[in-house]
Design a binder for this molecule. Structure first.
Ligand SMILES: Cc1ncc(COP(=O)(O)O)c(C=O)c1O
Length: 398
């Protein structure tokens, strides 16, 4: 047995983390066990769509925990039926399968595509994914991802994924063979550093996949549920994909994710898919609370306005410090620092009580709560301005 000499030693050491222990949150703010307050522009990696400890989710969880936590996935429950109906009513999809994590939803999407290939395309099973893409940390979703660091890990990979280049339709067309069944992508590559698929590319992909009888799968685990200013990012390109995965923001902080499919693509048969906690009413109650809040008339407009304000403030900051472009959409934005100083900026921000993320050494990513206020955005910009000025690493333009 490992002798636990330090309180953290009982947890597997899977990533470098500051020793700070968080104990409380409210809206855009987190507190550690010393009482220090942090302004949170990570929000659990774009997870807490309504911020920390939102009353709507707390109420839904308490009420549901007192009523029914799970009857088992062998039976229907009223809450998952309501949530599935709400998602179907507000999207171009017809059916939903709930999962506990984004990776599990993507595993389901991969299985569904393979099933479709077995039923309708002579056993075609290959899925075209993209360099830089991120789809999760199970073996199949790591294999589907185009993250360089994953390449040498956990060999052998799950076969059947071929990588094209984002926004390069010809690179997709070149990979299509009789074995191909689907194309799968994030409308905005989040983990790679916030790189958007252009609307023209998404429209081109839709036409190409239709032409070859392929499924189009959008991984909206990071971009879905209002993150980009619309409920789903595919809406910006005015396309209708065949399959979509949701995660992160759909549960507002609790483990809930979903696989959605059109009637034609929804081809699982009994025994193909399942899982103990899938569609359990406790997590689905949180999902319902999130979708009800996001569905309130002014919510998405306010999130979209907040995104535009954050974008313009980041652009001002960039101009003032001689930095690079601001990328992304809505409240999923990145600032190119043009220098490999992002890790150091994140560390300094942490000391100053500001939580920021660096998906690349030269890039900061911003994914605040969807109900972040203008004052909180202004406060974050003020802190970041002070850190950039103090660090002196960036050229300050007079
Ligand atoms: C686009 C995308 N897909 C899939 C995942 C995996 O989701 P999870 O960590 O819930 O398994 C993530 C997580 O960052 C993601 O951003």
């Amino acid at each position: 047995m490992l002798s636990a000499t330090h309180p953290y030693d009982a947890l597997m050491d899977i990533t470098a983390r500051p020793s700070t222990v968080f104990v409380q949150g409210k809206g855009s703010w987190l507190w550690d066990d010393t009482g220090k307050r942090y302004l949170d522009f990570i929000q659990g990696w774009a997870v807490n769509s309504l911020g920390h400890a939102p009353p709507a989710i707390a109420k839904a969880l308490v009420e549901q925990a007192n009523r029914l936590i799970t009857p088992s996935p062998a039976y229907y429950n009223d809450v998952s039926l309501k949530l599935a109906k709400a998602l179907v009513d507000q999207s171009c999809f017809d059916q939903v399968f709930f999962t506990n994590s984004g990776a599990e939803a993507n595993e389901g999407a991969i299985k569904l595509a393979r099933k479709y290939g077995a039923l309708h395309k002579s056993g075609a099973f290959e899925i075209i994914t993209f360099d830089g893409g991120f789809h999760g940390r199970t073996l199949a979703t790591m294999s589907a991802s185009g993250k360089k660091a994953f390449e040498p890990m956990f060999e052998p990979k799950v076969p059947g994924f071929r990588k094209a280049r984002l926004n390069d339709l010809a690179s997709v067309a070149r990979l299509i063979t009789e074995k191909t069944i689907a194309v799968m992508l994030e409308p905005i590559q989040g983990e790679a550093g916030v790189w958007a698929a252009t609307p023209q590319f998404l429209q081109g992909l839709r036409a190409l996949t239709k032409q070859h009888g392929l499924l189009l799968i959008v991984d909206e685990i990071q971009t879905g549920m209002g993150r980009t200013g619309k409920l789903f990012a595919y809406e910006h390109a005015e396309i209708t994909p065949d399959i979509m995965t949701l995660g992160k923001g759909i549960g507002g902080g609790v483990p809930l994710a979903a696989l959605l499919a059109t009637e034609q693509a929804s081809c699982f048969e009994h025994g193909d898919q399942g899982g103990t906690f899938n569609g359990n009413p406790l997590m689905c109650a949180a999902g319902l609370a999130v979708i009800e809040e996001i569905g309130k008339p002014a919510f998405l407009k306010a999130a979209s306005d907040a995104g535009l304000y954050l974008e313009s403030e980041l652009q001002r900051l960039s101009a003032r410090h001689g930095l690079g472009e601001v990328r992304g959409r809505g409240l999923l934005l990145a600032l190119d620092l043009k220098l490999p100083i992002a890790i150091s900026i994140v560390a300094q921000a942490f000391e100053a009580g500001l939580l920021l993320n660096a998906p690349r050494p030269d890039t900061l990513r911003f994914m605040p709560a969807l109900n972040v206020t203008r004052e909180e955005i202004a406060e974050m910009i003020g802190s970041l301005d002070a850190i950039l000025t103090k660090s002196g690493a960036a050229r300050r333009v007079p």
